[in-house]
Design a protein around this ligand. Structure first.
Ligand SMILES: Cc1cc2nc3c(=O)[nH]c(=O)nc-3n(C[C@H](O)[C@H](O)[C@H](O)COP(=O)(O)O)c2cc1C
Length: 216
């Protein structure tokens, strides 16, 4: 397994322009990891990016797998963390409270790159991480958390889930949870005409990243 140091924030420009060239000659583990993180960073800021809406998998309370789409809200390439937001009353919060192990999947058809992340989720509701995330959320996003009925509650009519049911900001803030995922491992798969490439990357407790190629 090759070791090439700690996570880096230096991914500017990797996605733009040069990505096809980079990928067509991508036999470099460090470049593959950097490119994966560059796609994630782009996913946070670019709402049109396929990486903006990853799939999140949790272990359900009945032991079965559960998946759903979320919006990617943050990523720290140096710490190998990603963040999304959710409602304290949602099923995924109950699932993550019981078992914080989490997996995420991203796929960008344009780059032909799939990333599969495994890690541990931390739920933030009344700390600085939650407060900053809440303050940086747009009013439209905040309104989702102010619904009087909990997500997944059975309702008699579909309109009962409409925005007119919303309570005040304070109620919404109390339901708001920022989920930070400490990524421990991710897999990078690139479907290339000239031969697929698959790699696995791990980050240890000291922040040292190692990578190795896998058979696609
Ligand atoms: C494009 C898209 C983006 C979504 N973003 C979020 C999100 O950021 N957070 C969230 O909790 N649910 C989001 N959802 C809804 C979830 O997919 C899911 O239906 C909901 O959170 C209930 O999931 P749960 O019962 O497993 O908690 C999104 C759905 C779609 C289709």
């Amino acid at each position: 397994m090759g070791e090439y140091g700690r996570g880096s924030n230096d991914v500017n420009g990797i996605v733009d322009g040069r990505h096809q060239m980079l990928l067509s000659s991508c036999d470099d583990l460090e470049a593959a990891s950097a490119f994966g993180w560059a796609l994630i960073a782009r996913g946070v800021s670019d709402r049109k990016s396929a990486f903006h809406t990853p799939v999140v998998a949790t272990c359900g309370l009945d032991g079965g797998p559960e998946v759903r789409t979320v919006v990617l809200r943050g990523a720290d390439l140096g710490r190998w963390t990603v963040r999304f937001h959710t409602d304290r009353r949602s099923g995924k919060v109950a699932a993550l409270t019981a078992s914080p192990r989490i997996a995420m999947q991203f796929y960008c058809a344009r780059s032909k790159v799939q990333l599969r992340l495994n890690g541990v989720a931390t739920l933030h509701s009344d700390d600085a991480i939650a407060e900053i995330a809440w303050r940086n959320s747009r009013p439209m996003s905040r309104a989702c958390y102010a619904q009087i009925r909990a997500p997944g509650a059975v309702i008699a009519e579909p309109e009962l889930g409409a925005a007119s049911d919303a309570q005040g900001e304070e109620f919404g803030r109390a339901n708001f949870v920022a989920v930070e995922v400490a990524v421990q491992r991710f897999e990078w798969l690139y479907l290339a005409f000239g031969g697929h490439r698959r790699a696995e990357f791990r980050r240890d407790d000291q922040g040292v990243v190692t990578g190795r190629w896998l058979a696609p």
